[in-house]
Write a protein that binds this ligand. Structure first.
Ligand code: ASP
Length: 438
């Protein structure tokens, strides 16, 4: 059995957190490949090492003195080393990085050093081999991941080492410069490595117990989701649930490797298991989660006999396409068609859009309604459990909320509901209470 384990910044923010991480890794021989983030926040208004590195880069690029911010970075690492009591000096590395910064090394190079140095420390503390990500993670000229090369090299290199630490977040460009993924990208490195070694499980250790059934800022104390499919997770994440980097799903998904979100501060909790597919679901709760997103508008177009007019929908969408506007949903009736889209996408060009739509489809009326929030009720169980939609709408009606739009995906694992912004919280809570049996 092989497990790939990734630890986020808060899991490696100081020596105490490092000790928890080392204990977790050593608790199971299967935890063979370890991907660390850079040290994150130790307390809420602390600064992440990655952000200190970006700051250092900014200061250097203005030609100003980096001594102060650089010494803060050094301090973070030196304190960890000292408090862990390991025999390690990073002085030489610090000198190299300092000189590269002064000579205006790239922004991504600067940011990547947090993971690089943390990886060296963690490898030393564990007694594992350190493998620099710039030797195994490759980007194409256009900045996308060179998946094939990465996968081939990684699987070859890791065959040679039963246990290793590979820093997250960065890799190398064809011209040998360092490039990072977008923020939070160590999740992606972990996923790529899990794929390359054909891991049985990708454990992603963070500071929460997993994905919650709803946003805790909206619903009080929501339950943790114990199992979620990749597809459900896509829906929930797109609608606002965050824990895992969006792009981290793809490498493991195609290989059918499950991801387990775990809490470094509560390793006794089973966390959330993300799986390729599952026939089982919680029969009491039926739904997996509820997520919501604000800031939508609905363009409603009415025209008598619309349904017998060929190409009507295409012409509407063409107007939006020409303006590079993507839409979210397309609920329609016999003689009406509505397009739900992000308000910010139409800001400043409403008149123009209406004019173009008038020219193109000659409707009887067009209106735009703003301040719509979308709520996604997601669950693989909805397909089999009869009456789910009825329960959703009954609970909303009982909360005295007017539904502005409904859309159910044909795959039957989500129902999207549009409500006006002020009703958002009330609706989320009504649906949650309907399904979650206390
Ligand atoms: N350290 C990087 C960041 O703060 C990457 C990561 O933590 O995944 O975004």
């Amino acid at each position: 059995m092989v497990k790939v384990v990734k630890f986020g910044g808060s899991s490696l923010a100081d020596a105490d957190q490092f000790r928890k991480v080392i204990k977790i890794i050593k608790a199971e021989n299967d935890r063979k490949y370890v991907i660390p983030s850079a040290p994150g926040k130790r307390f809420s208004d602390d600064v992440k090492v990655t952000d200190l590195l970006y700051r250092c880069y900014e200061v250097a690029s203005k030609g100003e003195d980096i001594t102060e911010v650089f010494s803060q970075i050094k301090d973070r690492f030196n304190t960890i080393i000292k408090e862990l009591g390991i025999e390690l000096s990073l002085e030489e590395e610090f000198n190299k990085i300092h000189s590269a910064m002064v000579h205006k090394a790239g922004r991504d190079y600067a940011a990547s050093r947090g993971e690089y140095l943390n990886g060296i420390i963690l490898a030393k503390a564990l007694g594992y081999k350190f493998i620099n990500a710039s030797n195994v993670i490759f980007f194409n000229e256009d900045g996308t991941l060179d998946f094939e090369k990465t996968n081939n090299v990684l699987s070859e290199v890791l065959k040679e080492h039963e246990y290793a630490v590979i820093p997250g977040f960065y890799g190398v460009m064809p011209n040998d410069t360092i490039k990072t993924f977008s923020r939070g990208g160590s999740d992606i490195t972990g996923s790529i490595i899990a794929r390359a070694v054909e891991a049985d499980l990708y454990e992603n250790w963070t500071d929460v117990n997993g994905f919650l059934m709803a946003d805790p800022r909206v619903v009080e104390n929501p339950y943790t989701i114990s199992k979620v499919t990749y597809k459900e997770l896509r829906e929930l994440s797109y609608m606002g649930a965050t824990v895992l980097h969006e792009e981290a799903i793809f490498p493991v998904r195609t290989a059918g490797i499950p991801i387990n979100i775990r809490n470094t501060n509560h390793p006794e909790q089973a966390g959330t298991m993300i799986v390729a597919s599952s026939d089982s679901y919680d029969h009491e709760r039926v739904i997996t989660g509820i997520a919501g997103k604000h800031g939508f508008s609905v363009i409603t177009i009415e025209k008598d006999m619309m349904n017998s007019e060929y190409g009507f929908g295409r012409r509407v969408l063409e107007v939006l396409e020409k303006k590079n506007i993507s839409f979210e949903h397309l609920p329609s009736g016999i003689d009406t068609m509505s397009v739900v889209l992000a308000t910010e996408a139409i800001e400043g060009r409403r008149e123009d859009i209406i004019e173009k739509l008038n020219d193109s489809v000659k409707p009887d009326s067009i209106s735009i309604e703003d301040n719509i929030a979308l709520i996604a009720v997601v669950g693989r169980g909805m397909k089999n459990a009869k009456g789910t939609a009825a329960r959703v709408f009954k609970s909303i009606a009982e909360a005295d909320v007017n539904v502005r739009m409904i859309d159910q995906g044909s795959c039957e694992y989500n129902i999207i509901i549009g409500v006006s912004e002020p009703d958002f919280k009330k609706t989320m809570n009504a649906i949650y209470k309907e399904f979650v049996v206390e």
